[in-house]
Design a protein around this ligand. Sequence first.
Ligand code: C2E
Ligand code: CA
Ligand code: CA
Ligand code: CA
Length: 275
Amino acid sequence: AKARGRNGYRFYAPSMTGEGVERLRLETFLRRSLEKNEMFLNYQPQVEIDTGRLVGVEALVRWNHPELGLVPPARFIPLAEDSGFINQLGKWVLDEACRQMMRWQAQGLHVPKMAVNLSVKQFERGSIAGMVADILKETGLEPQRLQLEVTESVIMNTGDALGFINDLHAIGVGLAIDDFGTGYSSLAYLKQLPVQTLKIDRSFIKDISTDVNDEAIAIAIIQLGKSMQLSVIAEGVETEEQAAFLLRHGCKLAQGYFYSRPVLAQDMLERWIDH
Ligand code: C2E
Ligand code: CA
Ligand code: CA
Ligand code: CA
């Protein structure tokens, strides 16, 4: 902020300080990003630990702005959520991800499942299931090959989350609870949700061989998944040691740098077509 005048009166309001200006600039750029083709998707493989078999990919959005360079999602997703742009962006991501599944298929690569992240704001707009159903119909992707990832906090903070999730379930798509263990969902509530997958948050995997608490949490989530007949996938797996630990404790699926960083669609084709 700049101080103006002898009385120390600030010309800029607190929200107009450096950070505020930067935010506005980002927001302005963000609104144009889709029409300017600056958004693209990366895909991160999800694998079966003991066989290395590809079971799916997660679509992760990337923004490459000519001036700013590559802006991380952690910086622009919250902005997109605040400004409402997430509805357009989320729809674009879903459409592109579904189309990519069909392209891979035509190129001879069978990717069993596509996972796409949903934001809380996309639930506030009403008919999310209608939007998903339209995209599936347009692209021709079978509903059971799409898995929507929703964080625990989204579920707990959305008025009628159960209603929306039931609607999505009704059209046949899979549902995963993302970042599981970081929110506060009660087990009683979890039991009511028609979800098939729990994703163990990366923060519990990171120190798995050194932090006994993280180990205990990871094991508890794996057990919970087992007793509720849900599949459990560990995210952020970076080492062989972590993978071995997970396998030993009954977690069959993983995603993380140990297997692959998020990559372009073309790289998926080159790396996995022989598998
Ligand atoms: P997320 O859904 O939990 O996605 C996993 C994040 O962990 C990704 O970060 C991924 O690149 C990163 N990651 C994967 N494996 C490893 C690993 O082994 N080590 C480490 N350190 N990181 C790993 P990314 O792509 O930066 O995305 C961050 C978050 O942004 C995502 O977290 C998700 O919440 C959000 N996001 C990304 N794409 C979308 C999207 O299309 N829609 C919405 N609504 N949110 C998205
Ligand atoms: Ca996710
Ligand atoms: Ca996650
Ligand atoms: Ca996360």
